[in-house]
Ligand binder design. Sequence first.
Ligand code: HPA
Ligand code: ZN
Length: 325
Amino acid sequence: KITREFINGLPKAELHLHLEGTLEPELKLELAKKNGIDIGQTTIEDVRKTYEYDSLASFLNVYYPGMAVLQTEDDFYQLAMAYLKHAKKDGVKHVEMFFDPQAHLTRGIPFDVFINGYYRACIDARAFNVDAHLIMCFLRDMSANYANEVLNMAKPYRNMILGVGLDSDEHHNPPLKFISPFSNAISSGYHTTMHADIDQVDSIDHIKQALEIINVERLDHGTNIVENQDLVDWVNQRNLGLTSCPLSNGFVTNDMKGKEIVELMEQGVKVSINSDDPAYFGGYIADNYEAIAKKYDLTAQQLVIFARNSFETSWISDFQKNTYL
Ligand code: HPA
Ligand code: ZN
């Protein structure tokens, strides 16, 4: 029987976490009041009631407008710090956190405001032994030119950003659309990953583009490879990481996809367990380990493999990896 103590005590890395997805109703209301922004609700219960969706698209429709409350460097700092303290309690030693520059730039928030707030939280988390890094995501429903512009804006902050990713609405927005910004990012030495959402209709085609043409180092979600043995073999040969998010899967498709996650793990694929947007999908990383363990009756040994996979597919140095493994 797996206990919560065991899960919390298991050292883990979190590799699929959107900072903007950690905005709890309490902080959203607090910042709305402080900044004088009308979000349409005035109580925590009413905000919580808006956190309801049955698809990725319906989630994104709640997610982006909610970011309006984030205005100052301190707001971004506070958001990241609240997450990092929670991560510490959940046994997270290392985290690579996504952020969406365009979701803030398009609201008139300058690049230095959010990057400095987020990065200061990464520095301060060292005091409680959480090793925190940032991954800059391009919004795939915006243009490749805009993604290149964002890459240029990030130049003065190159040493604060570990990698680049791709998120938001995947429908009609295939990986190939972003071949230019991704090859530029690779030339600049960024690590790369991309979302391959589980509810995507032409998912296998998109995953092939991401792996064979863009050459990403990880796939976020990506569990649809289970349908195609060639892709499973490819991912295994390259030792490529898949970052799965059981509770998020449950919201998007009514299925945690535990069967697929476990099957891939047993075939040797480096799948990890992560929280995606914990404030919106009902739980942080330890809640995700607990949910999949309970529902699929997993053993302690299987959870240890997921945790090992998270460090093995993280972007920390081999030297540092060996201190965790
Ligand atoms: N998929 C796409 N976009 C997102 C996600 C996701 O899981 N989370 C936050 N933005
Ligand atoms: Zn995600």
